[in-house]
Write a new protein. Sequence first.
Length: 120
Amino acid sequence: MKVKRIILCICMAVLMSCMAGSPAYAETSSSANSSSKGDVAGAIEDTWDNASAQIKTVVNNVVFPAIDLILAVFFFAKLGTAYFDYRKHGQFEWAAPAILFACLVFMLTAPVYVWQILGI
């Protein structure tokens, strides 16, 4: 019974991949000269040039703030737990809050220099 189900699943996967699959071409323009046909690198470079500004905007407006928020929450939570440990044991552990603070500062300043490093 299990073998029939496995074979059925494999057949369905093959059938779906055949139906959903479509050929991908590097060039769609018929007016291009014959020397540029099949120029996959050029197509990728053109796509990257067109999308890099959008990627930069999304990363600056969504990704960096989300990471900053997560690090800030972790930093203040760890600072709170370190304070409660200090009240309990009389010794304040600085390592974890200091590491989280350094990561938070690093990520807050990342948009200034990360695009220069990547060359965008």
